[in-house]
Design a protein around this ligand. Structure first.
Ligand code: GBH
Length: 488
């Protein structure tokens, strides 16, 4: 029975969240409109001279969602059938100097997005930060590498909550700290701010990101706002290649600590996982910081993409990994990690969600006693060359197979009483896919534009969009909860 595709609508928790997600830089465009200042992604892609990973594309125009939201939001509601629209706020649109006064026009845009969503009977999951730090704070003190970011993030969060705090059913402080800290400060960074770093920079960034998260949650709780607050972390599961080998089991457990536990453990225990501490993390939390971190989520979002087999290895590549030493601890050595599943258009994303997503939910629930677990992103990208026929692009059966696997895993998790509270496909609509520019598309709705983000901008729902509309999730109008968090 657990292999059946369809979740039984009647056995789902009544307040189960079904939505779709986007992020500001990836869809809004209007990068310098109405008082918005440049973010590190604007700056990074405008000034990039080498390593042209985005094929010259930027988010300058992207989906022009800044102007097109009045036509896009009804599509999300009516073509995809979602009950929640999950979006992120651009810090530099709402607070152009990084701190200080809010920009009325930027604020008004997000109020319009929320009001339009609510009129369509969609609630909102609102995220403070999806990687687009004000460039001014990067220039002033190096952004995430300086402790000052914690206070600036707190101030930004306080101002946003004051303006919009009761309008969102869920708040997310930040998207995937581990991603922006490891990719932005890697040995060959192709994510903003594009600062070449070692594990020291990556750890420093993570340390400040975690403290900034805790500070924002503190502000939210001090303000007594109505919704729930949490964070989104990226992570699949790491499984021992040879389950009978104690060395592989230990290597897989360390991999879980260094990948998922690095940001998740502090939220539940107040500190890094013991294996990280033993390996010599360069920064430590004070007692007061631990107290602020511990319990700093009402819900946890798992952005689920790829999982790995792990086998113990003595090989070491310290410069490419995030890890302080090689001999005793887990290292991010390619020879020890084997991605599970079929390759997809993204070189890091492998298609096997049904076999591993259940394990991710179970791990959070059992290892950290996590409650209120949300699959806050999952999906697959498909190659979208400009000369591909549209009919072929719209008939995205591989993506439907991916989501079918996710549904099977979720059904099993719910049957086993695991605390799964929501499911958010990534993404509502095609968008700027970071290093892959516009060549790899994750949307349930297609956008006709070329590799530089230009074109007719016509929106066309894909077959996966119709699949989404038929999923048996409770929708906002069926739950009859139009009140509470929607009028603030
Ligand atoms: C999500 O991250 C992001 O939240 C979302 O913005 C994005 O559009 C979506 O994935 C699809 O990519 O460039 O080879 O160095 C998922 C986790 C971690 C996957 C970083 C890509 C970089 C690989 N991501 N990783 S690479």
């Amino acid at each position: 029975a657990s292999q059946q595709l369809y979740l039984d609508g009647e056995t789902l928790p009544p307040d189960f969240v079904y939505g779709c997600a986007t992020s500001a830089y990836q869809i809004e465009g209007a990068w310098n409109v109405d008082g918005k200042s440049p973010s590190i992604w604007d700056h990074f892609l405008h000034n990039k001279t080498t390593n042209d990973v985005t094929y010259g594309a930027t988010g300058d125009v992207a989906n022009d969602f800044y102007h097109k939201y009045p036509e896009d939001l009804p599509l999300f509601r009516n073509a995809l059938g979602v009950g929640t629209y999950d979006f992120t706020i651009s810090w530099t649109r709402i607070m152009p100097a990084g701190r200080g006064p809010l920009n009325d026009k930027g604020l008004q845009f997000y109020k319009n997005v929320i009001d339009t969503s609510n009129k369509l009977r969609m609630s909102n999951i609102c995220t403070l930060y999806h990687w687009d730090l004000p460039q001014s704070l990067q220039d002033e003190y190096g952004g995430w590498l300086d402790r000052k970011i914690v206070d600036d993030f707190r101030g930004y969060a306080r101002a946003v909550f004051k303006a919009l705090g009761n309008k969102c059913s869920h708040w997310v402080t930040m998207n995937e700290p581990r991603t922006f800290c490891t990719e932005g400060f890697s040995s060959e960074p192709d994510f903003a701010p594009g600062v070449i770093g070692t594990y020291k920079e990556r750890f420093t960034c993570m340390h400040h990101a975690l403290l900034a998260h805790a500070a924002a949650v503190d502000e939210f709780r001090l303000g007594g706002y109505k919704g729930k607050i949490g964070i989104k972390v990226d992570g699949g599961v790491s499984l021992p290649l040879n389950p009978a080998s104690a060395a592989d089991q230990a290597a897989a457990a360390r991999a879980m600590d260094f990948e998922v536990g690095w940001d998740v453990a502090p939220l539940y225990t107040g500190d890094y996982p013991p294996s990280l501490i033993a390996s010599g993390v360069p920064m430590k939390f004070t007692a007061a910081e631990k107290q602020l971190l511990k319990g700093s989520v009402d819900f946890i979002g798992l952005d689920f993409y790829t999982s790995q087999w792990v086998t113990a290895s003595k090989h070491c590549k310290p410069s490419s990994g995030s890890y302080p030493e090689c001999t005793e601890t887990y290292q991010q050595n390619p020879s020890t990690l084997i991605d599970i599943g079929r390759p997809t258009a993204s070189d890091w994303n492998f298609d096997a969600p049904h076999s591993t997503i259940y394990g991710g939910i179970k791990y959070l629930a059992e290892h950290y006693n996590a409650t209120n677990i949300m699959i806050s992103e999952t999906g697959m990208g498909v190659l979208n060359e400009t000369n591909f026929p549209l009919e072929q692009i719209l008939e995205d059966v591989d993506r439907i197979a991916w989501y079918r696997g996710v549904l099977t895993a979720m059904k099993q998790a719910l049957a086993d009483q695991l605390p799964l509270v929501g499911f958010i496909p990534w993404s509502c609509i095609d968008n700027f896919e970071w290093t892959d520019g516009y060549n790899v598309r994750f949307g349930l709705i297609n956008v006709e534009y070329d590799g530089a983000g230009k074109g007719s901008q016509k929106r066309n729902p894909k077959l996966s969009g119709a699949f989404s509309a038929f999923l048996p999730f409770p929708r906002l109008d069926q739950r009859g909860v139009s009140g509470a968090y929607l009028r603030g």
